[in-house]
Write a protein that binds this ligand. Structure first.
Ligand code: APR
Length: 252
């Protein structure tokens, strides 16, 4: 299906849907200046995730991991929502989107105005202590120059994001799969769909009768297997066009 036709189809599918949800990944924030992980030049082409994004590595060498974290936090702090984030917030505002389940930790969906956001991989807004359980806002620590230490027990603090080898927050896990089971349409935006269990959200929805539509620059393992169709192109351009068409269908 060529892009124009797919955009028209998605607008009609959303307009008719009783419950649409979105699963988003790093790709939706690329147009905000935050590199994704697995595209050419992505974060994992410069840092080995086994070494830099696994909880065992953080426990072993937290100061080294903070060299990468500092770079990510600086980029996230400088970023603002793009037209793709705003389009999803508009869909929720218009009553056409029930929730955004995001793998991103950058808070840009909330900054764009989305209210029902399920942060499946945690959030960069807080730092936590693995030793004593302390939790504090990232912005109250000067993470650009130093490694943040726990004010309670002195251990090195960790962003409240899910590292490989850590569990998904229980509330997020429960809520996301509840949404997936009840949805009749899932928008899968800007994710390579290779990291479990987030990658099983679309197939869970499909098993419960939902249609699955991808918005991505390129195909993923879902394409042709789980997805009904894909809109190829940058989310910051394609999603606003979908919203525009829905306005037309709604006669606004
Ligand atoms: N519009 C739409 N899709 C895009 C855009 C864009 N402007 N730019 C990139 N993409 C797509 C890429 O083609 C790719 O399929 O976004 C996807 C990004 O994939 P990844 O970099 O693997 O990011 P993500 O799927 O979110 O990774 C999942 O892996 O490293 C862990 O915890 C981390 O949450 C992350 C998880």
């Amino acid at each position: 299906m060529e892009q124009g036709e797919a955009i028209k189809q998605l607008a009609e599918d959303i307009f008719r849907s009783k419950k649409t949800i979105a699963l988003t990944g790093a790709g939706i924030s690329v147009e905000s200046g935050i590199p994704d992980f697995r595209s050419a030049g992505g974060l994992w082409s410069r840092y080995d995730p086994e070494e830099y994004a696994h909880i065992d590595g953080f426990r072993r060498e937290p100061v080294k991991i903070w060299n990468m974290l500092r770079e990510i936090i600086a980029v996230i702090e400088a970023a603002s929502p793009n037209a793709g984030h705003k389009a999803l917030a508009q869909l929720e505002e218009m009553g056409y989107l029930s929730s955004v389940i995001t793998q991103n930790v950058d808070g840009l969906h909330q900054a764009a105005g989305s209210r029902h956001v399920i942060e499946f991989h945690g959030t960069n807004r807080y730092l936590v202590c693995l030793r004593c359980g302390y939790r504090g806002e990232t912005k109250s620590f000067e993470t650009q120059s130093a490694v943040p230490y726990c004010p309670n027990c002195g251990a090195v603090l960790k962003p409240d994001v899910v590292f490989f080898g850590e569990p998904i927050p229980a509330d997020a896990m429960r809520e996301a799969f509840e949404e997936a089971r009840q949805a009749d349409l899932v928008l899968v935006v800007g994710t390579s769909a290779v990291v479990f269990p987030a990658s099983s959200i679309p197939s869970t929805a499909k098993e419960h009768g939902a249609k699955v539509v991808e918005v991505n620059l390129e195909e993923t393992p879902l394409t042709g297997a789980v997805s009904d169709y894909i809109i190829k192109g940058p989310a910051g351009e394609t999603l606003p066009e979908v919203v525009e068409r829905i306005h037309g269908l709604a006669g606004r």
